[in-house]
Design a protein. Structure first.
Length: 145
């Protein structure tokens, strides 16, 4: 049986730039908040280091995003974004997210993303080279696979 899957929680205040003219949070703002939570999950819980990624050219890349918008958040809401590693396969992994607003009992947004580790080519003339998916770390598959 696998141990508890890693999770991470972030918090965001809904600002003017997160909303449309009606004060409702727009979809791109939710994706930015999910990106922040996913990055913190990766760096704080999965052992990925941003500087190491830049040095090695090995990055987690989003392959698919599924979002269900259940209820809107609005200007001034304080949001909680809960992210969790959902599953680990040979080449890709899935993370799930839920967004809640302070004072509202129900989940506003659910999201699932599949990602792969991709080795970006280094050097000049990168535009003609393909990024190559890599196997996930053996430790991940042993611990959470």
């Amino acid at each position: 049986m696998n141990p508890e899957m890693p999770s991470y929680t972030t918090h965001e205040d809904v600002m003017f730039f997160d909303t449309d003219i009606g004060g409702v949070v727009h979809n791109l703002a939710y994706l930015r908040m999910i990106e922040t939570c996913r990055t913190k999950l990766a760096t704080e819980e999965l052992g990925m280091d941003l500087k190491n990624m830049a040095n090695t050219g090995l990055y987690p890349v989003v392959l698919r995003t599924e979002v269900d918008y259940r209820s809107p958040a609005t200007l001034g809401h304080k949001l909680t974004i809960k992210g969790k590693l959902e599953s680990v396969e040979r080449v890709k992994f899935w993370c799930s997210f839920e967004i809640y607003a302070e004072g509202i009992e129900k989940c506003l947004i659910t999201c699932r993303q599949s990602l792969a580790m991709v080795q970006m080519s280094a050097g000049e003339n990168n535009e003609n080279k393909q990024a190559r998916p890599q196997r996930l770390p053996k430790e991940w598959r042993e611990r959470w696979g």
